[in-house]
Design a protein. Structure first.
Length: 295
C-alpha cells in the first residue's frame, strides 16, 4: 500500500475512533438511573388488568369497555419487561436486582410471555439482527404491515415452527431448560383458566378480557417493536440493522420505537430517554450512515 493510501486509512480510523468516543460520551449521560416509571408501569398495569375481571363480572365496567381496556393493558405490557431484559432497572449485583426480575416476570403474565423466554430470544435478536437463519424476529418480515401481521399470526398457530422456537433450540443460554418449563407452565395455566371460565359460563368474558386482547396485542407489538424499526429487514451491521423513522401514528402509539436505533446501539439507555439521546446523537448517526427515515 502506498504512503498516501496508508495516511488515508490511518485518518479514517482516527476519525472513526473520535466518533465512537463522542457517541459514548453522549450515550453515558442517558444511562444509569433507575426508570421508576417503568417499574410502576409494569406492576401497576398488571394489577389494573387483574382488577378488570371483578369489575366486569360485577358490571361496574361494561364488557365492551373491559375489552378495550384489557387490549390496551396487554398491548403495553411488554415494554417494562423489555427494560428488565436489558437489566436497565437494576444490573446483576445491585441491591435492586430483585425488583428488575420482579418487573420482568410480572409485567408480561397477561401477555402469556415468560420472562426468561423473552430474555433469551431478545438476546438472540440483538446478536443476529436481520439474519434470516437465526434472528427470532425475522419471521415478522413483510413488504407491507399487513403482510407482516399475517406472517406473525401464522407463526402463532399450533404446530407452527416459528423463528422463536428455533431460537430456543439453538441458544447456548444455560437457563434455556428452565425457560421452557416456565413457558409450559404459563401456557398451561392460560388455557386452563380460559377453559375453567368457559365451563363456568364466562366464555365471552374470557375471550374479551384475555384471549382476543392478547392476540391483538401480540400483533401490535410485533408490528411496532419488530417489523417497523427494522423494515425492510435486509441490512446487517451495528449502524444499519435498524433505523430511526417517523411513525404515521406518532411516538406514543408506536411505543417509542421511532428511536429504536438508539436502543440497538446502546441497549442500557431507558426507553423514555431514547428520544432525547437520539436528538443529541443524530449528527453523529448521520456521519455513521445510519438509516434515518424522515425523523
Amino acid at each position: 500500500m502506498s504512503a498516501p493510501a496508508l495516511d488515508l486509512a490511518y485518518q479514517e480510523t482516527a476519525d472513526s475512533d473520535d466518533l465512537q468516543r463522542a457517541e459514548r460520551e453522549i450515550a453515558r449521560k442517558y444511562m444509569g438511573r433507575v426508570p421508576w416509571e417503568m417499574v410502576a408501569w409494569g406492576l401497576g398495569n398488571f394489577a389494573f388488568w387483574l382488577a378488570l375481571w371483578p369489575l366486569t363480572f360485577l358490571e361496574v365496567v361494561p364488557l365492551w369497555a373491559g375489552f378495550l381496556l384489557a387490549t390496551v393493558s396487554i398491548t403495553i405490557s411488554y415494554l417494562p419487561s423489555h427494560e428488565a431484559q436489558h437489566s436497565i432497572i437494576a444490573p446483576n449485583g445491585s441491591s435492586l436486582r430483585w425488583l428488575n426480575q420482579l418487573v420482568g416476570h410480572v409485567s408480561t403474565i397477561h401477555l402469556v410471555l415468560p420472562y426468561r423466554i423473552a430474555w433469551i430470544t431478545h438476546r438472540q435478536h440483538h446478536l443476529h439482527t436481520n439474519d434470516p437463519e437465526i434472528d427470532p424476529d425475522y419471521g415478522n418480515k413483510g413488504d407491507t404491515w399487513w403482510q407482516s401481521a399475517w406472517n406473525a399470526f401464522q407463526a402463532r398457530q399450533p404446530g407452527a415452527d416459528s423463528a422463536y422456537k428455533m431460537a430456543m433450540r439453538t441458544t447456548d443460554d444455560p437457563n434455556v431448560n428452565r425457560a421452557v418449563v416456565e413457558g409450559v407452565l404459563l401456557n398451561t395455566g392460560f388455557y386452563a383458566i380460559l377453559t375453567g371460565l368457559a365451563w363456568s359460563g364466562y366464555a365471552i368474558e374470557a375471550a374479551l378480557l384475555w384471549w382476543l386482547p392478547r392476540h391483538i396485542a401480540l400483533t401490535y407489538i410485533q408490528l411496532f417493536l419488530s417489523w417497523a424499526p427494522h423494515y425492510p429487514m435486509v441490512d446487517r451491521g451495528r449502524y444499519r440493522d435498524t433505523r430511526a423513522w417517523r411513525s404515521p401514528v406518532g411516538t406514543i402509539l408506536s411505543m417509542g420505537m421511532e428511536y429504536h436505533v438508539i436502543h440497538h446501539l446502546y441497549p442500557r439507555i431507558p426507553l423514555t430517554e431514547t428520544g432525547p439521546a437520539y436528538r443529541e446523537l443524530r449528527p453523529l448517526l448521520v456521519k455513521r450512515g445510519c438509516r434515518i427515515d424522515g425523523l
